[in-house]
Design a protein around this ligand. Structure first.
Ligand SMILES: [Zn+2]
Length: 216
């Protein structure tokens, strides 16, 4: 395998993102995964390596067909989902997939996240859908997530977790934190009453803002 030193800094950035996923309780152990696009290549986290023990040499470089170009580990089991998102959304530069508690609880309920917080609709898009169920690590899971995340920056993955996409890793991580926080607010609100959605015309305006801010 060739060693491409130009990717060292990006691999370090990917590792830093993973550690922040752990710090923010979005994942534990080696669960979830993240990747970043560099030109026609994708740098992705390895399969089954604890983030707290991960080194930049563990990162795997693949092309947009899934061929391993660099690295001695297997790429994350969800590499097909990552590639689906890069191949269908040409301006997406980073993917962060988490198993955060509240987003996963929504995914277990198979309940989409309605537009109800002014702060998050322009960041994530309006109704955040739950993908159709598919087994982890399958191409079908990637296809289903690709459909659920259309015209959005986030999707809930049925009985599994959540995923956010953005132009940069930093932003994809930020969106994952925002998604988890919003799901938490929604679940707490549901426990004591009936959450009220934003007015329809506001949702439309904020969805327009999402288009501007996401840059897709
Ligand atoms: Zn997962």
């Amino acid at each position: 395998m060739k060693v491409n030193e130009v990717y060292e800094d990006t691999k370090q950035e990917l590792l830093n993102t993973c550690l922040k996923m752990v710090e923010n309780d979005l994942v534990i152990g080696s669960s979830g995964n993240a990747s970043v696009r560099v030109g026609d290549d994708v740098i992705i986290t390895p399969s089954s390596v604890y983030y707290t023990e991960m080194k930049i040499e563990d990162m795997v470089v693949i092309d947009l067909k899934g061929e391993v170009l660099e690295g001695f580990r297997n790429p994350s089991v969800e590499w097909q989902m990552h590639l689906e998102l890069y191949n269908t959304r040409s301006k997406v530069g980073a993917v962060v997939h988490t198993h955060s508690i509240y987003a996963s609880a929504m995914a277990v309920l198979n309940e989409s996240l309605p537009p109800m917080i002014d702060e998050t609709v322009p960041k994530l898009g309006s109704h955040i859908r739950v993908s159709e169920y598919a087994m982890p690590g399958t191409k079908q899971l990637g296809t289903n997530v690709g459909t659920a995340i259309e015209e959005r920056s986030a999707a809930l993955i049925a009985n599994h977790g959540a995923v956010c996409i953005a132009k940069t890793l930093e932003k994809a991580l930020h969106l994952s934190i925002a998604l988890e926080r919003t799901c938490k607010i929604y679940m707490i609100a549901k426990q004591v009453g009936t959450p009220k959605h934003l007015p329809e015309e506001v949702v439309e305006d904020e969805q327009d803002l999402w288009e501007m801010m996401s840059g897709y």
